[in-house]
Structures are given as C-alpha cells and as structure tokens.
Design a protein around this ligand. Structure first.
Ligand SMILES: Cc1cc2nc3c(=O)[nH]c(=O)nc-3n(C[C@H](O)[C@H](O)[C@H](O)COP(=O)(O)OP(=O)(O)OC[C@H]3O[C@@H](n4cnc5c(N)ncnc54)[C@H](O)[C@@H]3O)c2cc1C
Length: 394
C-alpha cells in the first residue's frame, strides 16, 4: 500500500490542471491515476475554442483567468501549448440582440475585454461569410483556440516537476470510503493508495465511481461530431466564428483548413463513452454542409476532408460540478458539458482551493455556483441572458 495526501482519478485536462494547481499551492504529495495515458480521453477530441463569452458571470471570469494563463503558458507551464490568438467573433439574430448586449456588459464587469462590432468590421474579418441574417456581433480580440491535449501535457509536466506522481495505466476500480469519509482508491492490480482526499476527475467515467457510494452525479453522455474542411481557397487569418443564427462554430485548423462544430445542443445523441462511432453520420454531415453552405455561399470548392467524434459529459444545466460530495473529502470535477477547455486553469485553481481551504479564493468565482447540491435544490446555474435557440450556451 502506498499513501498520498491527495489522489486524483483521471489524467485528462481537468485532472492534470488540478494536479498543477495543487502543486502551485504547495500540495505536492499527490498521485494522479490515469487508466490509459494523459489526455487520452475526451481531451484529445476538444475543439479548443477560447472565448469569455458567457452569460454566467463566474464562467466569464473563469474563462478570463484561463485566457491569462494561455497567453503566458510558456512562462507559467514551461512549454508551448498551441494557443492561437486569432480573435473570437459571435453573431446573433434579431431576437438575441438584447441578450448579447447584456451579456457583453456582464462580461466586462468581471474584466473581460469584449466589445460590440458592426457588420462591416466582421466582413473584414471573414470576407467569405454571408452576414445578412445577423443583427449584432460581439468581438474578443484576445480569444482564439488552443490545443487541449498539449495543454493537458503541459499541466501534467509542470505538476510532475513539482513532485506530483503521475501514474499512467493505473485503473481505479473503487474509491475507498471508511465511515463517512474517503480513505483512498483501489487499483485494478489490487493495490491500494491510501489518501485522506480524493478528487474524481474522470470525465464521463466519473459517474459509476461515485454511484458506488450513493453519490448521484447527474451526468449523461452524448456524442458530438466534428467536421474538417478544405475551404478550397485561401481564407487568410480568420478568427473563430460562433454563429448563433445557424448554430455552428468554425475555426481555422492548421494548413488552411477549417474545423466545424455544431452548436445546436437542443437535441443530443446519447452515447457510451467506451463504444461510440468516431465519425460523423451521413445525417450530421448533411446538416453540417447545409449550415456551412448557408453561411459561406462563396466557398464553392470546399470539401470535407475528415470527421471524428467525442463525447460531452452533460449536466442538467450544461455546467460542471466542482464540489465536495456528501462523502467527506471526496471531491468531483466533471460534467463539463463541452466547454471545459477554456476554463481548465480556473477549474484547477478552484478545486485546489476547495481541497486546501474549503472555499474559493477568487471573489468572481464563488464555489457555490458549482456545488453538486444545486441539482437536488433545483437551483441550476444558467445564464440570466439566455439566447433564443441556443439556450444551452452558458
Ligand atoms: C468534441 C468536443 C469538442 C470540444 N470543444 C471544446 C471547445 O471548443 N472549448 C472548450 O472549452 N471545451 C471543449 N470541449 C470540452 C473539453 O475538451 C472537455 O471538457 C475537457 O477536455 C474534459 O477534460 P476531462 O479531464 O474532464 O475529461 P477527459 O479528458 O475525458 O479525462 C478523463 C480521464 O479519466 C480517465 N479515467 C476514466 N476512468 C478512470 C478510472 N477508473 N481510473 C483512472 N482513470 C480513469 C480517462 O482515461 C480520461 O483520460 C470539447 C469536448 C469535445 C468532446
């Protein structure tokens, strides 16, 4: 039997960020148990969009903290994480103009640098787009996209240098509980790591680990496909585009390609995270091509080059659970609902705060927003400025 002050179950982006943040707070007797390799879960599927455009203040603040780290990753984490500061534009139709303006003001109140820009400015940024059905646009010059896999590796590397043990190929079969409190974890090889604190950050696989102790984590798993395109022409340096009329997002992807994601989350496709199709279905492709053709009618020579899919771990309010559970000193960081990349540095810091102090050190990011009990209480974390047709966008 080995011991640690903290065991983290899951070496995805969030587990690695938590390990790094604990080390930053001086807690280095930490073991990360990853059943496969660091970043091998849904982190490897992330589109990596970085925006602070959230209606929920704490999320806007978290994304802003994330941005600060991404901009300074080489100094803070010691390596390049593949962050591209292309800028981020969001366009809405007439019914959502009020919500957009309120949301932008709310974001600025927590320090986000964002502004409304007009159609001509967006036309300069995205000359190939048909912008006629948009009524207003938000712009973040500091937004862009990153590489979640490289970011997870960077967090894990920085944590390891500080003394954290990262065990790959270490499958946790059981969280151990004695009386009312957590006692460690048991691994598939029969070994035990005794620890007074355990953080479950196992993405969609978190649910059964907690259910064994009567902790109901309301997370469902849904497949989400991504389409890569050759636009058939040189688009130049385009920013990330969040299209809340057609409900799609696009961003540049390496060698002149485009990455398309669907932002219509009203109907989700349930999936098994261990057994799901890793390519877009015919129906999804038809939908994607229709949306792209509507927004970019000039891209006549565009062609789909490849597709893949990942799974979102979705909670009832599309926001994560970052919380102690009813089992004392058993914490959970899961349920990122498809937007856990940009907030990962702040997730790490908040969970480290919860483990060390029991509360958030950041007044803009109150820990109660992310408590597990909010679901049972019916007090969901939703935007005060919901978008018609894109209500799941937080
Ligand atoms: C298609 C897609 C697109 C996305 N796009 C964006 C985006 O544009 N912007 C954004 O902000 N976010 C985005 N996200 C979300 C973001 O990528 C995720 O929220 C984040 O990567 C999740 O990290 P995680 O560590 O929670 O989960 P994971 O990366 O899944 O990590 C969980 C880890 O736990 C391990 N594990 C599971 N069970 C056990 C066990 N029993 N013992 C030990 N280890 C175990 C797994 O092997 C895995 O490595 C996207 C997600 C997907 C799927």
């Amino acid at each position: 039997m080995t011991t640690a002050d903290v065991v983290i179950v899951g070496g995805g982006l969030e587990g690695a960020a938590i390990a790094w943040a604990l080390a930053e707070r001086g807690v280095t007797d930490v073991v990360v148990c990853e059943r496969d390799t660091v970043g091998s879960g849904m982190t490897g599927k992330s589109s990596g969009i970085v925006r602070c455009h959230y209606g929920v203040s704490s999320l806007a603040a978290m994304a802003n903290r994330g941005l600060e780290l991404f901009e300074n990753a080489e100094q803070v984490l010691g390596q390049d994480i593949g962050f591209h500061q292309t800028g981020y534009v969001v366009g809405v139709g007439e019914p959502n103009v009020g919500a957009l303006r309120s949301s932008l003001a709310n974001q600025r109140a927590v320090g986000v640098q964002t502004e409304e820009i007009d159609r001509d400015e967006v036309a300069r940024l995205w000359p190939t787009a048909d912008l006629s059905d948009f009524a207003a646009f938000g712009w973040e010059a500091r937004g862009g996209h990153g590489d979640a896999y490289r970011t997870a590796q960077a967090f894990a590397g920085a944590a390891r240098r500080a003394g954290v043990r990262i065990r790959q190929g270490a499958v946790v079969t059981e969280v151990l509980v004695e009386g009312e409190r957590v006692a460690g974890v048991c691994l598939a090889d029969g070994s035990v790591i005794a620890a007074p604190t355990v953080v479950v950050a196992a993405g969609p696989w978190s649910v059964p680990l907690l259910a064994a102790h009567g902790v109901d984590l309301p997370i469902t798993v849904h497949r989400e496909a991504i389409v890569l395109l050759d636009p058939g022409t040189d688009l130049g340096p385009v920013p990330v585009f969040s299209d809340l009329v057609s409900l799609q997002y696009l961003r540049p992807e390496g060698a002149g390609q485009l990455l398309f994601g669907n932002s219509d989350l009203a109907v989700l496709e349930p999936a098994d995270p261990d057994r799901y199709s890793n390519r877009a279905s015919r129906g999804f492709l038809d939908m994607a091509v229709g949306k792209i053709a509507h927004r970019f009618p000039g891209l006549e020579n565009a062609a789909v080059t490849s597709t893949y899919a990942g799974c979102y771990d979705v909670t009832p309010d599309f926001n994560p659970v970052l919380s102690e559970t009813p089992v004392e000193s058993l914490f959970v960081a899961a349920g990122f609902s498809g937007h856990g990349f940009k907030i990962s540095p702040a997730v790490g810091r908040l969970v480290a705060d919860l483990v060390v102090d029991g509360k958030s050190s950041d007044p803009d990011i109150p820990e109660c927003d992310f408590r597990l009990a909010r679901f049972a209480e019916g007090d969901l974390l939703t935007s005060p400025f919901p978008y018609v047709g894109a209500g799941e966008m937080r």
